[in-house]
Design a binder for this molecule. Structure first.
Ligand code: HEC
Ligand code: HEC
Length: 469
C-alpha cells in the first residue's frame, strides 16, 4: 500500500536531457521530507513492519461478528481518515449533541440518551440512534489529519505546562488535563488531540475511536454505546461478548495496531522549511502566540521520534474562541473553548475549523474566512490580519501554503511526478548562482537544503522524492 520510491524512466530521461546524468549524488544529508501517508524517516525494519501491519489494520473493516456496532459511524478508521492518503483528513463529519446551559442550569451531555456523540449507522434498523428531541445544541466536527501524531505525543509535557503558565498578554490558554484510558490510576496528562484537546495519548484515541466510531469494545473501554441510551435495545442488538478487541494470532490487538500506524506516520512536510516573509508577519500579528511553530521532541520509545525538530504550529492549549466555540462541554473544556488546531498539513485540506465551515473557495479564500471566524481571545489577532496591506496578506497566505507541501510538489497534490518536474526544472540554477534562491521565491520548493541554489545535490534528492510512475 505504501508507494515505493523509485526513479521513473521518464525522470531519468529528463535528467539525462538536462545534462544531469550524474544526479545520483552520494550526498544523502537532508533528505526530502516524506509526502503524507508515508512513515517517519529512519525507522528500524521492525518499526517499519509495525507501521505496515498498522496500515492494514487501519484500512481493514471490522466485521459485525468481530465486534463492530451495534451502532457506529464507520467500520474502519480509514473510512474517515483518508485524504490525501490513509491517515489523512476526510469529508466525513460527526455530530455532537447536548442540552445547552439555560436559566442557571449547566450544559447537560445527555449521557443517558446516547450523548454526546451520535452514532448514525446501524446493522439493525431497530437499533438506530438519532439526535434525541431533548437536545437543544448540536455541533458538527470534521475529521483532522493524523500525520505526525507520534511526534506530537513526544513533545515534553513540561513544555506545554510552561507555555500555559506564561501566556502572552491577553491570552489565557490552559491545558486540558485528562486521564488516559490505558492508565486509569496514573497521573492525569495534558490533552493534545481532538478539537477540544480531550485526549492525551494516541493509544487513548485509538481506544476511544474504536468504541465510539466503530462500536469495538476493549478491556479499557468495555461498555457498548446503547442506542440513545436504551439498554433493552442494546441487549437485543449486541450479539458479541465484550471486550471485543482481543489479541490476534500474533498476540496484538487491533487498537495497538491502529496506535502503531498513527504514531509512526511522518509529519506533514513544510516547504520551504523556514525563512518565509509571511511567517514573520504571522508572528508579528499574534497568530504564533497560539499557533506555536517549533518544538523539539523528548524521548520516545523509537529513536526516529526522539529529539526531532517539528513544526506543528499549535500550543495544544484551550482558548476561549467566543462565537467560534461549538457549544459543547467536553471534559474541562467549556462551550466556547477550543484547542489550537495544529496548522501543519494545512494546504492539503479543503475545509477548515472544527465544523469545516470555511470551505468552497480557493485556499486563500478558505483560510481568510477561517481567520475571520476567530473570536474571543483570538479576535485581536484576526483583526490585525484584516488590517494588513495586500502584500503582507499575500505573504501570510504564501507561508500557509508551505504547510503540507513536500519539496518539488509544484501542484501541491502530495505526489512528485512528471507534471511537477515540468514546472520545477526551469528553477534549476546550478551551484552558487549570482542571484540566490530565497525562501519567498517559487524556486524555493526545489532548494531542499536551503543553501540558495537548485543544483545536482537537489536533483539527486528529486530522484529520491519521486513518487510518480
Ligand atoms: C466517522 C468518522 C471517523 C472514524 C470512523 C474515525 N475517526 Fe478519528 N476523527 C474523526 C473526527 C470527527 C475527529 C475529531 C474528533 C473530535 O475532536 O471531536 C477525529 C479525530 C481523531 C484523532 C485526533 C487527531 C488530532 O490531532 O486531534 C485521532 C487520533 C483519531 N481520530 C484516530 C482514529 C482512529 C484510530 C480511528 C479508528 C479506530 C478513527 N479515528 C476513526 C472522525 C473519525
Ligand atoms: C487565541 C489563540 C489563537 C490565535 C491568536 C489564532 N488562532 Fe488560529 N486557531 C485557534 C483555534 C483554537 C483554532 C481551532 C478553531 C476551531 O476549533 O474551529 C484555530 C484554527 C485556525 C485555522 C483552521 C485550522 C484547521 O485545521 O481547520 C487556521 C487556518 C488558523 N487558525 C489560522 C490562524 C491565523 C492565520 C492566525 C493569525 C491571524 C490565528 N489563527 C490566530 C486559535 C488561535
Amino acid at each position: 500500500m505504501v508507494p515505493v520510491r523509485r526513479t521513473s524512466p521518464a525522470l531519468a530521461r529528463a535528467l539525462a536531457l538536462a545534462g544531469f546524468v550524474a544526479a545520483a549524488t552520494p550526498l544523502m544529508a537532508q533528505e526530502p521530507q516524506p509526502v503524507m501517508g508515508r512513515p517517519v524517516s529512519g525507522l528500524t525494519s521492525a518499526e517499519l513492519a509495525r507501521f505496515d501491519a498498522g496500515l492494514v489494520a487501519f484500512t481493514t473493516p471490522v466485521l459485525q461478528s468481530e465486534g463492530a456496532g451495534p451502532i457506529f459511524n464507520e467500520v474502519t478508521c480509514a473510512g474517515c481518515h483518508n485524504v490525501p492518503a490513509i491517515g489523512g483528513f476526510g469529508t466525513r463529519r460527526v455530530t455532537r449533541f447536548g442540552i445547552a446551559a439555560a436559566n442557571g442550569a449547566p450544559f447537560q451531555s445527555l449521557d443517558g440518551f446516547g450523548g454526546t456523540l451520535l452514532q448514525d449507522q446501524f446493522f439493525n434498523i431497530g437499533c438506530r440512534e438519532t439526535v434525541p428531541v431533548q437536545a437543544t445544541v448540536t455541533a458538527e466536527r470534521g475529521t483532522p489529519i493524523l500525520f505526525g501524531l507520534g511526534l506530537l505525543e513526544a513533545i515534553p509535557e513540561s513544555v506545554l505546562l510552561d507555555r500555559a503558565a506564561n501566556q502572552p498578554f491577553g491570552l489565557a490558554g490552559r491545558v486540558h488535563m485528562v486521564q488516559p484510558f490505558e492508565d486509569p490510576n496514573g497521573p492525569q496528562r495534558v490533552g493534545r488531540f481532538g478539537w477540544k484537546g480531550g485526549i492525551a495519548t494516541v493509544e487513548s484515541f485509538s481506544l476511544d475511536a474504536a468504541l465510539n466510531e466503530m462500536g469495538l469494545t476493549s478491556p479499557e473501554l468495555p461498555f457498548e454505546n446503547a442506542p440513545n441510551g436504551d439498554m433493552a435495545l442494546l441487549a437485543q442488538c449486541d450479539t458479541v461478548a465484550d471486550p471485543e478487541d482481543l489479541p490476534d494470532a500474533f498476540g496484538v490487538r487491533r487498537t495497538e495496531r491502529f496506535t502503531d500506524f498513527q504514531r509512526l506516520l511522518a509529519a506533514p512536510a513544510q516547504t520551504p522549511r523556514s525563512g518565509m516573509t509571511g511567517e514573520a508577519v504571522f508572528e508579528a500579528i499574534g497568530c504564533a502566540d497560539c499557533h506555536v511553530g517549533r518544538y523539539t521532541t523528548g524521548n520516545a520509545p523509537e529513536a526516529a521520534l526522539s529529539g526531532q525538530l517539528i513544526q506543528p504550529y499549535s500550543d495544544f492549549l484551550l482558548h476561549d474562541m467566543g462565537l467560534l466555540g461549538d457549544g459543547i462541554v467536553e471534559g474541562e473544556a467549556t462551550e466556547t473553548e477550543m484547542m489550537t488546531r495544529p496548522l501543519w498539513g494545512l494546504v492539503q485540506r479543503n475545509a477548515y475549523l472544527h465544523d469545516g465551515r470555511a470551505l468552497g473557495g480557493t485556499f486563500a479564500d478558505n483560510v481568510e474566512s477561517a481567520i475571520a471566524e476567530h473570536g474571543g481571545t483570538a479576535a485581536p489577532s484576526a483583526a490585525a490580519y484584516q488590517a494588513l496591506g495586500q502584500q503582507d496578506k499575500d505573504a501570510v497566505i504564501a507561508f500557509l501554503t508551505s504547510l503540507g507541501r513536500a519539496e518539488f510538489d509544484w501542484d501541491v497534490n502530495n505526489t512528485i511526478d512528471e507534471f511537477d518536474w515540468f514546472f520545477v526544472e526551469p528553477f534549476a540554477t546550478g551551484p552558487a548562482p549570482a542571484t540566490p534562491i530565497t525562501p519567498d521565491d517559487p524556486g524555493a520548493i526545489a532548494d531542499v537544503d536551503q543553501d540558495g541554489d537548485f543544483d545536482l545535490v537537489e536533483f539527486g534528492k528529486l530522484q529520491r522524492a519521486w513518487t510518480g510512475q
